[in-house]
Write a protein that binds this ligand. Structure first.
Ligand SMILES: *Cc1c(COP(=O)(O)O)cnc(C)c1O
Length: 361
C-alpha cells in the first residue's frame, strides 16, 4: 500500500505489471502510414464497440477533443458547451488558438445540456454573427459531478442538433464510467453522436492515449489535425497495447471505483463541517464542500497534504476526490479519519495550496 493516498485524479493511475508486459510484447510499425498493427487493432476494436466507421488513436483527451473541434468547424464558427465543460474551460483556450472557434458556454444541469438550455441558442445566418456548428456534451460530466447523460436526453439533443444542421461531439474522457454505471453499451450511448473522444489514461489505467471515433470523412479530417497539432505517431503500438489491455481487462472493474466513491461520500457526509449528498455521486468523482466558517478548500487541501492525503481544491469551498485503480478501501478509511482530524485541529491557520484551477482566488 502506497504511503501517499492520491485522490487528485484518475489520471494518477500507473500501469500494472500485466499492462507493462502487454506493452513490451506489442508488435509495432509506423502509424503515420497506418502500418502499426497494434494501433490498427485498437482502432478496429473501438470501431466495433461504438458501431461507427472510423477511429484515430492520439496522445491525450485534449488532443482528440481539439482534433474534433477542428474537423467539425471552420475558423469563425462557434460551439455550444456547458459552462463547466472541459473543452471550453480546461484546454488552454485551444478552440480559439488552434481552430479559430469560439465557445458559447451555457448553464446546464449537473454539467449536462438538454433542449431547454440549447433551444434558441443557434445564431441566425447573418454576416454579423459567428456560425453555430457544434454541440459538445461531456459524459460523464467532470465539474458537473460525474453524471451520466440519460439515453433519451442524448437522443433529444442529437435529433435537435441534426435537424438544425449542427453536429454533436461527446467528450467521453470517462465514457466507460458511464457504460459501467448505466449498463448501456458504448454503441447505444453514442447512437446519436457524431464524434466521441475517449481517454485511456484515466480510470482505464493506461500511461497515456486517447481515441477519436466518428465517420470516415470526419476521422480523415481529424488525422490532418492530429498531424498539424504535432501528434501524428510512429511506433505507437507500444502504448496502444496498453489501451487494448485496458479494454479487455479494466472496464468492469470501474464498478469498484464507483462503490469506493459511494463509500467515501457516505463517510465524508458524516463529518461535521463537510457538505455532501452521497446520492449525488453516481460514478467516481466525489465533490464536497467545506464550511467556510472553518476555512477554505485550499487550506483543507494543504492540511490533508501534511498527512499524505492528496485532494485538490476545485473552488473556494469545493474539493474533488477521485477514486481509481490505485486507491483501495483501506486507504479511503484512512482518508476519512485524516480529514476529520484535520477539521478538528483547525485548518484556517494554513496558507493554502497554490495548485488547482482556482488557486489565484
Ligand atoms: C481529463 C479530461 C479530458 C482530457 O484531458 P487530458 O489532460 O488531455 O488527458 C477531457 N475531458 C474531460 C472531461 C476530462 O476530465
Amino acid at each position: 500500500m502506497s504511503r501517499v493516498i492520491d485522490l487528485r485524479s484518475d489520471t494518477m493511475t500507473r500501469p500494472t505489471a500485466a499492462m507493462r508486459q502487454a506493452m513490451a510484447n506489442a508488435e509495432v510499425g509506423d502509424d503515420m502510414t497506418a502500418e502499426d498493427p497494434t494501433v490498427n487493432r485498437l482502432e478496429e476494436m473501438v470501431i466495433k464497440m461504438f458501431n461507427k466507421e472510423a477511429a484515430v488513436y492520439c496522445c491525450s483527451g485534449t488532443q482528440s477533443n481539439q482534433m474534433a473541434v477542428w474537423a467539425h468547424c471552420h475558423s469563425g464558427d462557434e460551439l455550444l458547451i456547458e459552462a463547466g465543460g472541459h473543452i471550453a474551460s480546461f484546454e488552454g483556450g485551444a478552440p480559439a488558438a488552434l481552430s479559430g472557434v469560439t465557445c458559447r458556454t451555457l448553464t446546464g444541469h449537473l454539467g449536462m445540456l438538454d433542449l431547454p438550455h440549447l433551444e434558441g441558442q443557434i445564431r441566425a445566418d447573418n454576416q454579423h454573427l459567428a456560425q453555430t456548428k457544434l454541440v459538445c456534451v461531456e459524459n460523464t460530466t467532470n465539474v458537473g459531478g460525474g453524471h451520466c447523460y440519460p439515453l433519451d436526453m442524448l437522443k433529444r439533443v442529437g435529433n435537435w442538433a441534426h435537424t438544425n444542421g449542427l453536429q454533436v461531439h461527446m467528450d467521453g474522457a470517462r465514457l466507460f464510467n458511464a457504460v459501467v454505471a448505466t449498463g448501456q453499451s458504448p454503441a447505444k450511448i453514442c447512437e446519436h453522436i457524431d464524434s466521441i473522444s475517449v481517454c485511456f489514461s484515466k480510470g482505464l489505467g493506461c500511461p497515456m492515449g486517447s481515441i477519436l471515433i466518428g465517420s470516415k470523412e470526419l476521422i480523415s479530417r481529424a488525422r490532418r489535425a492530429r498531424k498539424m497539432f504535432g501528434g501524428a505517431l510512429r511506433q505507437a503500438g507500444i502504448v496502444a497495447a496498453s489501451a487494448i489491455y485496458a479494454l479487455e481487462n479494466n472496464i468492469e472493474r470501474l464498478a469498484e471505483d464507483h462503490e469506493n466513491a459511494q463509500f467515501l461520500a457516505t463517510e465524508l457526509a458524516k463529518i461535521p463541517g463537510i457538505k455532501l449528498d452521497p446520492a449525488g455521486v453516481p460514478t467516481n468523482l466525489v465533490f464536497f464542500e467545506v464550511d467556510p466558517k472553518l476555512g477554505n478548500a485550499s487550506q483543507l487541501s494543504y492540511a490533508l497534504k501534511q498527512h499524505d492525503v492528496l485532494i485538490n481544491a476545485g473552488g473556494k469551498s469545493r474539493l474533488r476526490a477521485c477514486t481509481h485503480l490505485d486507491v483501495n478501501r483501506e486507504q479511503l478509511v484512512k482518508t476519512v479519519q485524516v480529514l476529520a482530524k484535520c477539521l478538528q485541529e483547525g485548518i484556517s491557520q494554513h496558507p493554502g495550496t497554490t495548485s488547482g484551477p482556482y488557486s489565484r482566488g
